[in-house]
Design a protein around this ligand. Structure first.
Ligand code: ADP
Ligand code: ZN
Ligand code: ZN
Length: 748
């Protein structure tokens, strides 16, 4: 027998080895193997097996094959279905198979040094033991009562010593042995058990439709299409997920819940842990290697059957997948920014199909890709139009900042109507959330006399001013510098900080309301591990009046006493060089607005904007809802030949030598244009379109110059085919990096 192996080097090539007789029974696809490679011993995954009979006897390769040395781990890291999924991703995103395999596995799991944490565990034997002292007999009774425990814990609790326990073990009354102790990411955090809520009619109908996609025990689903669950914010989608998962668990199958990284707060995790307890495994970026290793092993062994995590959790090795939920399916964090550049929502759909499982994509503001799939019938659409038990959606007011600026002579951080609204909340003892859209550049240092701005020399972005340590930082490369004492261009000494950062907004707010208790939440205030959770708990407990923050506070938060939401700069995200800028802006505003009035008291939203007529802003303020926005936006996309009416890919050429990057971008653009001309003439329409080569919007990063070519075509396959053709024709020099993003979600 022979096995093809993906070796841990990004060669994008499989190597064939002989399977020695003693391993033929044991070797399985998906296992990690040890093999000889170029005079070294390396590790690699078994990808497929073939019989010797498949190789012709005369084939001399047969004699050159080296044998597999050993199986590193008997239980496979990838099931056959997961391997199939990984191969699909590698092909679809045009990524090396080895890199794709690695992306599907937490790095901690492959560390050879990683082990379960073992501690001594004490169990009482049935045997009474010989010659126990009266004290030891009392202790034995106590240990029996609590049903055993960790040595350390018993010593502490019963004020005894390890040597006493050991002596009792020698006398045959106790058994002491090492046992794996789970490194629990939720340890020390209280989780209250919850029970299923009585669903309202809309929720019940939605759950019923979702369940049609879930395979019945020993059979297929009534309607196996992916389900797009479109429910307004606060419509009780999470409760629908919870009840769908409960049913799936009952049929003996497992569930994966994907949430955006930013929404993966302990608050979210608690909602799942509260319902399913120990069966929940959590995977997120703040876990220690040990926690991640343990959670992954618990999933692999079937101890955990509900996995909650960000995009990489779509690869969780659950044993029998029944359901994948993708919450906030429109969220850009589902797209991986490096090779393999997969989109977890799309991977979820493919995995569910491969494993005969249901997939539910939930959102109040679905991506236009999913919305269109629902319209064409590729996905089943399930709508929940009302908030739970009749609570109304908040009233949204637009504040035209042009007018505010004209009236007051400068553009204030807070408009008069918003200040009045905050004042009212403070009087009534209700809470306010203020949101600062950070997509634009804030806190840029600018010379008052000549307009010079401080820029990072290695990246083409302005530095951001940080008040805490009084320095300028680059958010692309992390570099920093001191504040200049004078302008390098005109030698003047007056600087202004244009744009508004959360710190400045906080200061301004405190000037207006000296007694207001304000909490600030941004990347600076949440770098400690639980500070995110702590801030939210403080706010929830009513110990603050105002929560002021960036994107972090836009999603998923549910505070009953919040009746006002203010967006300080609603339009910043419109100005991005991105075909989805309008969609993103609408999504963001709808999500933030959804934080207001979630309980009995009705909510109000103020959107401050300089462009009240922009379609995304106007739509967010109207009660026409998502469907109306989507209809207009889809019409515009169709007109402009943009996704979802085509596939859009980018090629980014990076080099430290600008001429090299630009020359290669030029070469690709020309060759692709020639390919496009042929494609279009054989299809009789201009379906394959290639941009001119140009500087990328982020023209320089970490000292690398970036040039870009944008390709549009009817399918990703068409694009991959063309790019592979050039790659083969013109191998790039090693000083040049080419990043190919097949379904690019932005053009940065
Ligand atoms: P969404 O995920 O759609 O934004 P949530 O699931 O967070 O909405 O629900 C909003 C609030 O309504 C939560 O506090 C939740 O506990 C509550 N809720 C959901 N379903 C019900 C129900 N059937 N009865 C009472 N309260 C509910
Ligand atoms: Zn100057
Ligand atoms: Zn930089």
């Amino acid at each position: 027998m022979q096995v093809s192996v993906a070796i841990d080097l990004a060669l994008d090539r499989l190597f064939t080895y002989l399977v020695p007789v003693e391993l033929t029974e044991k070797l399985l696809v998906g296992q990690l193997l040890r093999v000889p490679f170029g005079g070294r011993i390396v590790r690699g995954f078994a990808m497929s097996l073939k019989d010797d009979a498949d190789v012709a006897d005369g084939d001399e390769r047969k004699f050159k094959l080296k044998p597999v040395m050993a199986i590193e781990d008997a239980s496979p890291f990838f099931s056959p279905k997961l391997l199939e999924l990984v191969k699909w991703i590698a092909g679809y995103t045009s990524s090396p198979i080895e890199t794709t395999l690695k992306a599907a596995l937490p790095a901690a799991v492959l560390k050879p040094t990683m082990k379960p944490k073992e501690l001594l565990y004490v169990d009482a034997r049935d045997d009474a033991g010989e010659d126990l002292t009266p004290q030891q007999q009392k202790l034995l009774a106590e240990i029996r009562r609590v049903g055993g425990g960790w040595m350390q814990q018993l010593v502490r609790e019963f004020k005894t010593s390890p040597s006493t326990l050991r002596a009792m073990a020698e006398k045959g009354a106790l058994e002491i042995a090492p046992r794996a102790q789970r490194r629990d990411p939720l340890a020390g955090r209280s989780v209250m058990p919850t029970r299923p809520l009585q669903l309202n009619d809309e929720q019940a109908a939605a759950l019923k439709s979702v369940m049609k996609a879930v395979p019945v025990e020993g059979g297929a689903a009534a309607d196996p299409r992916p389900v797009l669950l479109h429910g307004v914010t606060g419509s009780g989608k999470t409760e629908i997920y919870l009840q769908a998962i409960a049913s799936v668990l009952e049929t003996g199958r497992d569930a994966i819940v994907l949430v955006p990284e930013i929404a993966l707060t302990p608050q979210t995790v608690r909602r799942f842990a509260g319902r399913f307890g120990e069966q929940v495994a959590v995977l997120h970026s703040a876990l220690s290697d040990g926690e991640r290793y343990d959670e992954w092993q618990r999933i692999r062994t079937g101890a955990a059957r509900v996995v909650v995590g960000p995009r990489s959790a779509v690869f969780a090795p659950v044993r029998s997948l029944g359901l994948i939920v993708v919450d906030e399916e429109h969220d850009p964090s589902y797209k991986q920014g490096e090779t393999p550049r997969y989109h977890a929502r799309d991977v979820a759909v493919v995995r569910a199909r491969l494993e005969g499982a249901a997939v539910v994509l939930g959102s109040a503001t679905p991506s236009l890709e999913s919305w269109r799939n629902a319209q064409t019938g590729k996905y089943a659409l399930v709508s929940v139009k009302n908030r739970v038990t009749g609570r109304t959606l908040p009233a949204v007011h637009l504040v035209n900042m042009e007018e505010e600026a004209a009236r007051t002579g400068h553009a204030p951080i807070f408009s008069a109507p918003l200040l009045d609204a905050i004042h009212l909340r403070l009087e009534r003892g209700e809470q306010t959330i203020l949101f600062l859209n950070r997509r634009g550049y804030s806190r840029v240092l600018e010379c008052q006399s000549c307009g010079w701005t401080a820029q990072c020399p290695d990246c083409s972005v302005p530095y951001t001013y940080h008040q805490a340590d009084r320095c300028l930082r680059c958010h692309v490369c992390g570099g920093w510098t001191h504040l200049p004492s004078e302008c390098p261009d005109c030698k003047a000494g007056d600087f202004s900080y244009t744009g508004v950062g959360t710190q400045r907004a906080e200061a301004a707010l405190k000037r207006c309301f000296a007694h207001a208790r304000v909490l600030r939440m941004d990347a600076d205030s949440t770098s400690r591990r639980f500070s995110h959770d702590d801030i939210l708990s403080t706010f929830r407990a009513g110990k603050a009046d105002v929560l002021l923050g960036t994107q972090m506070i836009a999603k998923g938060l549910d505070f009953p006493n919040v009746t006002l939401v203010g967006v300080l700069n609603a339009d910043t995200s419109l100005n991005r060089p991105d075909p989805r800028a309008s969609e993103r802006t609408y999504q963001l505003l709808a999500q933030v607005s959804g934080r207001a009035g979630r309980a009995e008291k009705p909510g109000e939203v103020y959107l401050q904007t300089f462009s009240p007529d922009a379609p995304a802003i106007a739509a967010a303020a109207s009660d026409r809802g998502f469907a109306a926005f989507a209809e207009d936006e889809l019409a515009a996309r169709r007109e402009a030949y943009l996704p979802p009416f085509c596939r859009l890919s980018t090629l980014v050429f990076r080099a430290t030598d600008e001429a090299l990057a630009s020359a290669w971008a030029e070469l690709y653009a020309k060759s692709l244009a020639a390919w496009a001309a042929k494609f279009n003439s054989s299809h009789g329409a201009a379906l394959f379109r290639v941009s001119e080569s140009a500087e990328a919007p982020l023209a320089k990063a970490e000292g690398w110059f970036r040039y870009q070519v944008v390709i549009r075509a009817p399918s990703t396959k068409d694009i991959v085919k063309a790019v592979k053709w050039i790659e083969a024709e013109r191998p790039a020099p090693k000083e040049l990096r080419i990043a190919f993003d097949v379904d690019a979600i932005d053009l940065a």
